[in-house]
Design a protein around this ligand. Sequence first.
Ligand code: MN
Ligand code: MN
Length: 405
Amino acid sequence: MTVSRRDLLATAAAGGALVAGTAAAAQQGEPIVGDKGANIVGPRNRPREAEEPNTLRPPDTDHGTIPNLKWSFTDSHMRLEDGGWARQTTTRELPVAKEMAGVNMRLKTNAVRELHWHKEAEWSYVLKGRARITAVDPDGRNFVADVGEGDLWYFPGGTPHSIQGLESDIDGVEFLLVFDDGDFSEDSTFLLTDWLAHTPREVVAKNFGVAADRLAGLPSKELYIFPAAAPAATIAGDTVHGNGPVPETFAHRMLAQPPLKLKGGEVRITDTRQFPASRTIAAALVDLEPGAMRELHWHPLGDEWQYYLEGQGRMTVFASETKARTFDYQAGDVGYVPRAQGHYIENTGSTRLRFLELFRAPRYQDVSLNQWLALTPPELVESHLKIDRSVIEGLPKEKHQVIAP
Ligand code: MN
Ligand code: MN
C-alpha cells in the first residue's frame, strides 16, 4: 500500500495519533530509515522486496561496494527430464563463487542420473527421500550404498559414479550436490552414452570384443536422467565382486552425528576427521533457534559456500576498507563469503534456521571474534574498544559458535 502526502494530510486532519501510525506503516515497505531515503514511486517487485528487507532498508553500518553474495535456486534454470530435474548455481549465476558450485537435483523412484564422471570432486547432502549410489575407483574397487535424508556422499574428481532414486515417501530422492570448482557445469559432465555415441562404432565393438551388430541398441545420444529398471532389493544384490570395496567409504551419515549442543543451537562438523574420503570439501551443519546467531567469525582456509535448508536469516559480510553488506536468506538460497571476510548469521524468523557451511578444504576451521578477544591481554583490548573491562573479561575463552537469543 502506498500512502501519498495528500492521504497523510487528510489523515492528519482526522487525528494526530493516527497519523504517526499511518506514517510508520507507510515506511514499512519503503527504503526509508530515519531521516534517510524516500518511498519508491516507480515500478517495483513487492514480493521480491519482501524477501530482501535488509537490501531494501540496509542497516546504516552497511557501506561501500561488495559483490552479490546471494543466489536463490528459484532463479536457476530448471533442466526438466523424464524422471526428474536439475538446476545449478555456478559462477554463471553467482560470479563471486569461484571455489565451489552447487546443483539441486530430483530423481523419481528408479530414475537414474546416468553413469558419468567429471574433473571436479562431488560432495552431496540428501535433502529428502532415498537413493542408491555406485562408484568404481581407478584401482577397480567398487562402492554401492543406500543414502537417505541427512546422509552425505563424496566422489573424488574423475571417479565414475551413478545415482538412482529409491522408493520413498517422496517418490525417489532430492539432493544437493557441491563441486570443488565454481566453474563446474552439470551440463558438461562425461556421460557414458554420450562418449560411446561419439566413438566410431567399430572402435566400441573392438573395445568390447564383440561384433558391431551386437551393439545395435546403443543410444544415439545421452540419457542424463532417465527412468530405469528397479535396482536389486539389497546393496548386496547390487554389489559386483571383483577387486574388493573402496578402502574409504564414499558415504557418511552427517545428520546422525551427535551434534555439538550449544545454548541457542547445534553444530555438526564433518571433515576428513569424520569422513576421510572427503578430502576437498569440509562441512558444518548449523541449527539456530529463533533469535539465535552464529557468532562473529571468519574462516582462514577458504571461501564459504552456504546452503539454507530451513527458516530465514540475515548475514552481514565485512570485506575490510569500510565495506560491509547485509543479505537476507531463506530455504533454497545459496550464500557466499570470500575467504577471511568477517560475518555472522542471525535467525530472523520464528522457526529453526538450518544451513550448511561448505569449504574447499580438508579441514573445517574458523576464528571466533569472542575467543580471540578473550585470549588477548585485556588492557590491549580495552585500549582498542574503549568498553568496560568487565565486558571484555566476560567474553568466553571457549569457542561458542552459537550465541543464544
Ligand atoms: Mn556427478
Ligand atoms: Mn562462516
